[in-house]
Design a protein around this ligand. Structure first.
Ligand code: FAD
Length: 531
């Protein structure tokens, strides 16, 4: 163990950032080097692009995050530029499909919408910031409730959780009241319609400053802060291999994507938080191949819809004057169309779904001028249910050593299937979505099940478990089984079937992993200081 431990973190999303922060705060003489394959988008590393007011700059930041589908990069690979045709899958802004067609593309015919973001801040620069707590069977069975509660609170602090965002919106309140009436008596106490907890800081003008990896990094990116001196972020630097000598990890081999120079960076601890597809791919490429690696893939099947709020229904709870006030306030911050965020959380046994209800002035798709409800004064509700996928070994990303992908890594193939168990829950949730929509207004986009991969919440491929029995990749402290100093992080660790947005849970799991690593490395550093 070196006197000043060096920690290599792979990936600069919220999870890699949580590790960097907690390890530097916990080990006074440690150094963290964070490697990120994509570019830095904003002056402040990892900031949410939703905070960028200028639409041209915002579009540029999103394009830069789109890896193989970013214009220039795509052209250099000989892939035709993205002309969107009907029936073609496209990725959400800021992300890129893993199966993008052409040479070097992954194969994901049964999971076509699988996507990632390649930029400082990862998907966390583009996310919606919804951070509900996992509940009931969504939680990890082998972590005791009181410890879990504290881990979640710490994670909420790191993400700047805000449980009452837009709570003063009269229209938002009206939406909750209408949903309460519709589902009265069907939901357990405390699990009815409520404001959706989000990551961000409310501003005096009524808007949110949405949180990205920047808030998680916190003092590490504050000029002059002593922690910042021990932190280094290298963007456009691809980690090609985690090097190891038997069961001890020695460091990482990285490629500077600007110069294409490759070098070895020794490390006492390596944290891999490079998303649920690219983390297992990196481990595989490094010859670290536990049986469960890439398997037990889950996500949230999603049914979504858009509803025009009905004036008569909503005006039982909000007045025309209140709407005028809200519209005037929102007109000053047109860059962010979200005006209220509500939800009905997951509960058992009867509501194993998570409903997200976003109130906005606009629809997420263009409407024909003159079409019914195309100019709805009371605005629109974009809402959808997230549902469960039960983990099975056969749902997996697998890797082919013989076929390199566009980065030269063993290419990915995703195999995935919804079974009767999921289809029954999808049907039940779709019925509820129809009821919720009718309670609020008129559907301008009918409920529809999105293609597999659309949730962007990919879980299970680095599953954590309490026994090294082939059904998990990591131990209860996120260490890869058999490697004392290799830690993995991200939604991929989540072992359960969940319906809620996963980032808060993954940060909580990372807090537990980071504390264990601090204990081990911190003790080692102290021992060597004494010697
Ligand atoms: P990521 O944020 O994906 O970061 C991983 C990083 O690793 C990437 O930047 C990637 O470039 C980098 N990387 C990969 N391979 C390498 C390598 N070999 N070397 C160096 N770097 C590498 N979650 C929620 O909980 N709530 C939401 O409301 C929500 N909404 C979302 C909306 C959108 C549009 C998107 C895109 C995502 C959303 N998510 C949401 C998901 C959320 O963003 C992720 O859960 C979160 O970002 C995961 O954090 P992470 O650090 O594990 O991985």
């Amino acid at each position: 163990m070196s006197h000043h431990p060096t920690i290599a973190v792979v990936g600069s999303g919220p999870i890699g950032s949580a590790y960097a922060r907690l390890l530097l705060e916990g080990i006074p003489d440690a150094r963290v080097v964070m490697f990120e394959a994509g570019p830095q988008l904003t002056g402040r590393p990892g900031e949410s692009v939703r905070n960028i007011a200028d639409p041209v700059e915002k579009a540029r930041a999103r394009e830069l995050s789109q890896g193989p589908q970013a214009g220039e990069f795509r052209a250099s690979l000989g892939i035709p530029s993205a002309t969107v045709v009907e029936g073609m899958f496209t990725a959400r802004q800021g992300t890129h499909l893993l199966d993008f067609g052409g040479e070097g593309s992954a194969h994901a015919p049964t999971f076509p919408a699988a996507a990632g973001a390649t930029n400082v801040g990862g998907q966390g620069a583009h996310w919606t910031c919804a951070i509900p707590r996992p509940a009931f069977s969504e939680k990890v069975a082998f972590i005791a409730d009181d410890e879990w509660e504290e881990l979640i609170e710490t994670a909420e602090g790191l993400l700047h959780a805000q449980s009452a965002a837009f709570a003063d919106s009269a229209v938002g309140g009206g939406i909750r009241s209408l949903l309460e009436e519709e589902f009265a008596g069907e939901l357990p106490d405390g699990y009815g319609p409520s404001t959706l907890p989000v990551a961000g800081d409310p501003q005096p003008d009524g808007t949110m400053r949405w949180a990205g990896a920047d808030v998680v990094l916190g003092p590490l990116i504050e000029p002059g802060n002593p922690l910042a001196e021990r932190f280094e972020l290298r963007d456009l630097t691809l980690v090609r291999r985690v090097e190891h000598d038997g069961d001890v990890v020695t460091g990482v081999t990285v490629e500077d994507l600007r110069t294409h120079e490759t070098s070895f960076v020794p490390a006492d601890l390596v944290v891999v938080a490079a998303d649920a597809f690219r983390s297992p791919q990196l481990l595989w490429a490094s010859g670290i191949r536990p049986r469960a690696l890439g398997h037990y893939l889950t996500e949230h099947p999603v049914v979504i819809s858009t509803v025009a709020l009905d004036a008569e229904k909503i005006s039982r709870f909000a007045t025309e004057e209140q709407l005028d006030e809200e519209l005037a306030r929102r007109a000053t911050t047109a860059a962010d169309p979200v005006a209220a965020v509500n939800r009905i959380p997951f509960s058992e046994p009867d509501h194993p779904f998570s409903l997200q209800v976003m109130y906005s002035e606009t629809t997420p798709f263009p409407m024909e001028p003159g079409a019914p409800y195309s100019d709805n004064r009371w605005g629109y509700v974009n809402m959808g249910y997230g549902m469960r996928k039960f983990p099975r070994f056969e749902d997996a990303v697998t890797f082919d050593d013989a076929e390199p992908d566009y980065r030269g890594f063993p290419n990915m193939t995703i195999t995935y299937e919804l079974t009767e168990a999921e289809l029954a829950e999808i049907q039940a949730a779709t019925e509820r979505l129809r009821r919720a929509g009718n309670a609020l207004g008129v559907f301008v986009a009918e409920p529809r099940l999105m293609p597999n991969g659309s949730s962007l919440h990919y879980q299970g491929t680095l599953r954590m478990g309490d026994a090294d029995d082939g059904t998990s990749v990591a131990d209860p402290w996120s260490r890869v089984w058999g490697y004392e100093n290799l830690v993995v992080g991200g939604n991929a660790l989540i072992p359960t079937a969940t319906a809620m947005n996963p980032t808060l849970m993954s940060v909580a799991i990372a807090v537990r992993g980071a504390r264990k690593a601090v204990e081990r490395l911190g003790a080692g550093a102290e021992a060597s200081a004494v010697a």
